[in-house]
Design a protein around this ligand. Structure first.
Ligand code: ADP
Length: 608
């Protein structure tokens, strides 16, 4: 079959991933398609393979210049002639690209949506044979989504202005019903084949770490994963600066990105990360859109984001190459307050009526609450995420910290009663820290100053740590027994549900992780599910990585464009010793073999 030959020859893969073949077949049969697949599922191949099999040119509309450059670079590396047309080129460069295209030089041309309606481009379209128009990041056409781009509406006019209507294929990772329907209607897809694959990213391990020592946890993790590429997301610019400084002081090669840096510096730092010169990127959520780096091995959220949508999108930047990667949230209750504050400060892009603004604020508050539950739940984290996005799941995934950790269940009804009693008898409203200190019997000035040492509950939980008391207070908030104000003081008060506990009508049982063994167990188990390389295999992997970096520098392309981590791992497993065996490695196609194959063979020979 032709499509398999293309897949092997250019991309070096033997089999299609779930959904890919189905979409390719429909496109080749002349049907419009809409592919909704999560990040890293391999959407590009769904249109690149048919583009090579169809007689004319495929026009790909993509919203970001960096994304286009990356895709074109990857295609050229694979031996496929492709070009892009966007504002980073001069008019004469654009004319030249179009001229070469009319000469049949390119099979695939990426175009920015702003360019579509220019007279020159429309004329060009009607002078060449266009087999397909592909709309990447198709959700940008929907006004429902957060990423609506008015220029995407140009696509509709462009297609209408073409003498022969080509096949239209659209791809996105956003799956909500509104967006899905919008794409079909607005783009005017004709009898499209719509394919939605599951949102699960099996190669991602999810973990929530609760605790006070974020800095030391972070430094330890990054040091343990020294050679690996990772992103650390922080809530504010200030956090980015602090965390970046901390890591650099610890001798870690980290760079940073946020909207407060100059355009030049942002670009430079981004390149350092993409080219693997600095493996660690500390950034606000301004970083990541359009970053296709496939070998990001971990994404750590130093602060909790504002919604699960944001979390899954950011965490999902790990492991695009399908290799095992980790997504860790460092949860602390004060992040909820930082986010509340950020939401209050949020500026609205367009004019909204009072009611609309109210509705948006309520939606934001709900999203934040559901994000907070992710930070505190003891249930399967993957299950929580997928349920959030409307998918049903099996009970446990066995690949998240909650499934792997062992928890102890404890009846904490007595402590809860003390907490509730304490809040009630304190009369004034205090925050969780003060209540915990009071119950624990703190001798601090503050507690005495407030007269809290006179309460009957003062010191009645002296055997329970303040940390544990705060954990239990957090649980009572999550269960709606306590209310916490939304301001920065986050003071506590009882809700009507408190009565049932105080009157012994309801028991409170909580799960606590076993502190010491916990991490060992989770990490041990996690390691077992990792790639099956032994220590010698990893040493060879390191050598191959060094070679890849060297080549990347020579060619001035990011290392993952040369070969992905997954391909290098496969080399270590298969240990090819000649051309035929090398072409058998996943991700090694003809063009890449011709360019780099022998150097990698030599490196393998030297080190095995
Ligand atoms: P998406 O656009 O859906 O986020 P990409 O198209 O960037 O995903 O693909 C993600 C990664 O998966 C890339 O490294 C790509 O080469 C790889 N990939 C895609 N299809 C296959 C396949 N059939 N077999 C192996 N790897 C694949």
């Amino acid at each position: 079959m032709e499509k398999y030959k293309i897949l092997k020859k250019y991309f070096g893969y033997d089999t299609f991933r779930s959904g890919q073949e189905e979409l390719i077949d429909r496109i080749l049969a002349g049907q419009d398609v809409l592919g909704i697949m999560p990040t890293g599922a391999g959407k590009s191949i769904c249109y690149q393979v048919p583009a090579l099999l169809m007689p004319g040119i495929t026009i790909v509309i993509s919203p970001l210049i960096s994304l286009m450059k990356d895709q074109v670079r990857a295609l050229n590396e694979a031996g496929i002639h492709a070009a892009y047309i966007n504002s980073s080129l001069t008019e004469s460069q654009i004319e030249k690209a179009m001229y070469l295209a009319t000469q049949g030089r390119y099979k695939i041309i990426y175009v920015a949506p702003e360019r579509l309606l220019s007279g020159l481009f429309m004329e060009f379209l009607n002078h060449v044979s266009i087999s397909m128009v592909t709309v990447d990041e198709a959700h940008c056409i929907s006004q429902w989504g957060q990423d609506f781009r008015p220029s995407y509406l140009n696509i509709v006019h462009m297609i209408a202005g073409m003498k022969i209507r080509p096949v239209v294929s659209a791809f996105t990772a956003t799956a909500t019903e509104e967006v899905k329907n919008d794409i079909q209607c607005v783009l005017g897809l004709q009898n499209p084949h719509v394919l939605v694959t599951g949102f699960d990213r099996e190669n991602l391990y999810f973990e929530v770490r609760q605790g006070r020592q974020k800095d030391s946890e972070l430094v330890r993790y990054v040091k343990e994963h020294k050679k690996e590429s990772g992103i650390i997301y922080c809530a504010t610019r200030k956090n980015v600066e602090e965390v970046h400084k901390l890591l650099v002081q610890e001798g870690i090669e980290a760079t940073r990105y946020h909207a407060g840096l100059s355009g030049n510096e942002r670009k430079q730092n981004q390149d350092q990360f993409i080219f693997d010169e600095k493996p660690v990127m500390v950034a606000t959520n301004a970083f990541g859109m359009g970053i296709d780096k496939s070998n990001v091995r971990y994404v750590i959220h130093y602060n909790m984001p504002q919604s699960m949508e944001n979390y899954y999108q950011e965490a999902g930047r790990a492991g695009r190459d399908g290799e095992r990667s980790e997504c860790i949230l460092l949860y602390a209750p004060q992040d909820v307050r930082i986010n509340q504050f950020l939401l209050e400060e949020k500026e609205f892009r367009e004019e909204l009526s009072r009611e609309e603004m109210q509705a948006v604020m309520e939606r934001d508050a709900l999203r934040l609450k559901l994000m907070t539950f992710y930070g505190t739940t003891r249930d399967c984290l993957r299950g929580y995420i997928l349920n959030y996005f409307g998918e049903k799941t099996k009970r446990r995934c066995e690949n998240c910290s909650n499934c792997l950790n062992e928890y102890l269940e404890e009846d904490v009804t007595k402590i809860c009663k003390d907490i509730l009693q304490c809040i009630w008898e304190a009369r004034r409203e205090y925050g969780a820290g003060t209540i915990a200190s009071t119950l624990h019997g703190s001798k601090s000035e503050k507690i005495r100053g407030y007269g809290l040492d006179k309460l009957s509950t003062y010191g009645c939980c002296e055997n329970v740590t303040e940390f544990r008391l705060k954990e239990i207070i957090g649980e009572l908030i999550a269960r709606g027994v306590l209310r916490s104000t939304d301001d920065k003081y986050a003071t506590l008060s009882l809700t009507t549900d408190a009565e049932a506990i105080l009157k012994d009508k309801v028991k409170v049982v909580m799960k606590f992780s076993k502190p010491a063994e916990k991490k060992v167990t989770a990490q041990k188990k996690a390691k077992q599910t990792s790639q099956n390389l032994d220590s010698k295999g990893w040493r060879i992997f390191e050598k191959l990585r060094e070679l890849r970096l060297q080549i990347a520098k020579e060619e001035k392309v990011p290392p993952y464009i040369v070969f992905t981590d997954k391909t290098l791992v496969d080399m270590c497993v298969k240990k090819p010793s000649d051309k035929k065996e090398m072409l058998n490695v996943s991700g090694v196609g003809d063009a890449k073999y011709e360019k780099y194959g022998e150097r990698f063979l030599a490196c393998l020979l030297e080190n095995t």
